[in-house]
Structure formats: C-alpha cells, structure tokens
Write a protein that binds this ligand. Structure first.
Ligand SMILES: Nc1ncnc2c1ncn2[C@@H]1O[C@H](COP(=O)(O)OP(=O)(O)O)[C@@H](O)[C@H]1O
Ligand SMILES: O=C(O)C1=C[C@@H](OP(=O)(O)O)[C@@H](O)[C@H](O)C1
Ligand SMILES: [Mg+2]
Length: 168
C-alpha cells in the first residue's frame, strides 16, 4: 500500500484542485482529485449524480472514493469540499498529512462565481457558501496538520510554500 504525500481539504473555491495539481507537478508526483474519480466511476457529472440519485448517494460514493485514494495513491490527493462531513473519513485522515486551504467568504464567492458544476452552490452561491464555511471550518481545523490561508494569494505562491512545509 502507498500513502499520499499530502491530502488537500477546504471549502469549495479554496483551490484544492488548482493547488493540488501545481503541488504534484512541483514534487514530480501524480495528482488525484476524488471528485474526478467519482465522475469517472459514475460515468456522469457531479451535478447529474445529485439530481438523479441525491446528495446522500453522492456522499456514499465519496466516502468509498476517498478511502480508495488514501489507501492507493502515492502522490497528492485533493478531496471535495464536503468529504470531511463524514466521520469515517475524518478518522482515516488522522493517519495522513492533511493540508487545510482556508478561504474567507469574499474570495470564495469571487472564485466560485455562479457555482456552475457545484450543485450545492447553484441556487444562492453567496449565502450557501457562508453557511458551508461556518458549518465546516471546525471540521477542516480538526483534520488539518498544516493550514495555509489562501485569501489574496496566487496558487503558484501557495504551492511553493506548501512544498517547503511538507515533511521530507
Ligand atoms: N489562490 C487563488 N487565487 C485566485 N483564484 C483561485 C485561487 N485558487 C483557485 N482559484 C480559482 O478558483 C476556482 C476554484 O478553484 P478550485 O481549484 O476548483 O477549488 P476547489 O477545488 O477547492 O473547489 C478556479 O477557477 C481557480 O482557478
Ligand atoms: O462542498 C461540497 O459539498 C462539494 C464540493 C465539490 O468539490 P469542490 O470543493 O472541489 O468544489 C464537490 O465535491 C461537490 O459539488 C460537493
Ligand atoms: Mg475541487
């Protein structure tokens, strides 16, 4: 079994996918995004999974996909923003180097725009993001071994800082 070099968590718009790719490239290791794994195995976009099968079904797929990635992937793994809602996932993360990319509401709203492709944010992005940030912040803090504030910063700059901060 292999272990991820780092697992990235944070709210939608914190930059998990963007910074995960940059960090993996800088480290010369593969990148894996759990949302992409779920889309590939379900054979349809996340928005369609929510509409056709419901959020609870998406969360079941997500729990299994996160557990597989944590057990198999030797590079950088980025989770979806809600993955840490599942207690079994938080328990698995206790064994890993977990990077919390923090973001406050103004930057998250700016980055997410109208929420396309993120079914939870398609109705009222700003109010929903505020709710999600307030509800989840303690859970991100609980699982984090490294926390990086991303507000007002470039992804490349954040990836470079993380590269230095990761255990050798
Ligand atoms: N530090 C940043 N500064 C500005 N824009 C960013 C930053 N990080 C990500 N973005 C942009 O925000 C959007 C969401 O980024 P993404 O990596 O998909 O976030 P997540 O996977 O955490 O939801 C993308 O358009 C991305 O280019
Ligand atoms: O916050 C959430 O509950 C979700 C975040 C999304 O991932 P990102 O955080 O990468 O946008 C994706 O997993 C799904 O739309 C649900
Ligand atoms: Mg993402």
């Amino acid at each position: 079994m292999s272990r991820p070099v780092a697992v990235l968590v944070g709210a939608p718009g914190s930059g998990k996918t963007t910074i995960g790719e940059l960090l993996a490239e800088a480290l010369g290791v593969p990148f894996r995004d759990v949302d992409a794994d779920i889309v590939a195995s379900a054979g349809k976009p996340i928005s369609d999974i929510f509409v056709d099968d419901g959020e609870e079904h998406f969360r079941e797929l997500e729990r299994a996909a996160v557990a597989a990635a944590l057990a198999e992937h030797a590079g950088v793994v980025s989770l979806g923003g809600g993955a840490i809602l599942a207690e079994p996932t938080r328990a698995l993360l206790a064994e890993h180097t977990v990077v919390y990319l923090s973001v406050d509401l103004p930057d998250a709203v700016h980055r997410i725009g109208l929420g396309q492709g993120r079914p939870l944010l398609e109705l009222n992005p700003r109010a929903t993001l505020k709710y999600l940030l307030d509800q989840r912040r303690p859970l991100y803090e609980e699982v984090a071994t490294i926390t990086v504030k991303t507000d007002g910063r470039e992804p490349a700059d954040i990836a470079a800082e993380l590269r230095q901060a990761l255990p050798a």
